[in-house]
Design a binder for this molecule. Structure first.
Ligand code: UDP
Length: 372
């Protein structure tokens, strides 16, 4: 008898990275799965469900303005648990599946444990070894690991991290990162090539893009208080590189949005400050970047596919593979380091270079293992 799979998705990266698994289930005609959207990134995700052709079966509302992390966590746990109780006669999950390191993931893992349901963790074993960087994500993924029955680790580095925590070896499966499956899908199906920019600012300004773009993103909580270092670095870089266009899709978090939008940057001709980009717009920009400046986990993984180096706005990263290969560099939120590295960091990607984060077959492997 086939197992009932319950996916719990909260944020943008979770949807992007769960998508290929759902797609694989659709492809093989697997009927017994349901999807809960917790609403952790409700606004960021409205159009994404359509892009990925996924409709959640159940929607929760765990976000409330002014809510702190404790309140969010408790609300997520209670909301998921209540829903499980409510639907138990129509759908009783054998495995709960969540991806990454958000509050949604930690809550899903805890609810699975309390209800004695098996838990599968996608992107397992990432560690920065610093509970405050990223905050609270390092904590969230460590808690999830404690109760995980299926650790889907993206790389050998993440497998080693799990082994170092005495994880049972037979529970660890190195499958690659599903984000690469998603990328491959949009590249190989030609959807990326065939889609025009949907963002008006980009449509207007990027008619002839020629690998002269620089993408900037910044959203980590621990970086909010140093945002001026980044803003000042970008201002100086844009003045010194007049032939380059700097694109900064600003995260809706009020701590970031207000500071960036009210800075001098929007006055400068070669800077585009814009709302978060649709996934395909983001990929189109990435494809034409000469360098990325970002604290995003997903973008660190995606950029190597386009042979684009990343200056990582972090002191440490749980995705060290690209840094080890010399194609990404940790620069922190430090104006001088960002500027110096922008001017000097120019790694060469060999012709046969392959992305260290995956080969695009993770979802197939995950589905096979989950089916048992
Ligand atoms: N992303 C996007 N639009 C944007 C910025 C990011 O579609 O304006 C995508 C990006 O391609 C990546 C994911 O969102 O796949 C990363 O999300 P985020 O940086 O919010 O979270 P993290 O990966 O750091 O957890």
């Amino acid at each position: 008898m086939s197992k009932n799979l319950l996916f719990i998705i909260g944020t943008r990266p979770e949807l992007i990275k769960v998508f290929p698994i759902i797609q694989q289930l659709k492809k093989i005609g697997y009927p017994n799965y349901k999807i809960i959207a917790t609403g952790q990134h409700k606004d960021l995700l409205t159009t994404y469900w359509k892009v990925f052709d996924i409709t959640p079966d159940y929607e929760l509302e765990i976000i409330k303005a002014g809510q702190n992390l404790t309140q969010l966590t408790s609300k997520a746990i209670v909301a998921i648990d209540d829903l499980l109780a409510k639907i138990k006669n129509e759908f009783s999950p054998d495995i709960i599946i969540a991806q990454g390191d958000t509050t949604t993931v930690m809550a899903a893992a805890m609810v699975a444990f309390y209800n004695q349901i098996k838990f599968a963790h996608i992107e397992a074993g990432l560690r920065s070894f610093n509970l405050n960087h990223p905050f609270p994500e390092e904590f969230n993924r460590k808690v999830a690991s404690i109760v995980t029955d299926f650790h889907f680790a993206p790389t050998d580095v993440s497998k080693k991290n799990l082994i170092a925590e005495n994880t049972t070896l037979s529970k660890i499966h190195v499958v690659g990162n599903t984000v690469i499956d998603t990328l491959h899908y949009f590249i190989h199906s030609n959807k990326l090539a065939q889609t025009e920019f949907s963002n008006i600012d980009l449509k207007k300004n990027l008619a002839n893009i020629d690998d002269k773009l620089v993408l900037i993103t910044c959203h980590r909580r621990e970086n909010h208080h140093d945002l001026d270092e980044l803003i000042n670095a970008i201002e100086e870089l844009s003045k010194k590189n007049a032939d380059t266009i700097f694109i900064w899709p600003v995260h809706p978090n009020p701590n970031v949005k207000q500071r960036v939008e009210t800075s001098n940057l929007s006055q400068l001709k070669n800077i585009i400050i814009t709302a978060p980009l649709e996934y395909l717009d983001l990929l189109k920009v990435l494809q034409n970047c000469k360098i990325v400046i970002s604290d995003s986990g997903g973008i660190q993984e995606e950029a190597p596919t386009f042979k684009v180096p990343v200056l990582i706005l972090r002191e440490t990263t749980e995705r060290p593979e690209a840094v080890t290969l010399g194609i990404s560099k940790l620069v922190g939120m430090n104006k001088n380091k960002i500027i110096n590295s922008f001017n000097t960091f120019n790694p060469i990607f060999s012709q046969d270079f392959v992305n260290p984060y995956g080969d695009g077959n993770a979802a197939k492997k995950i589905v096979k293992i989950l089916q048992g």
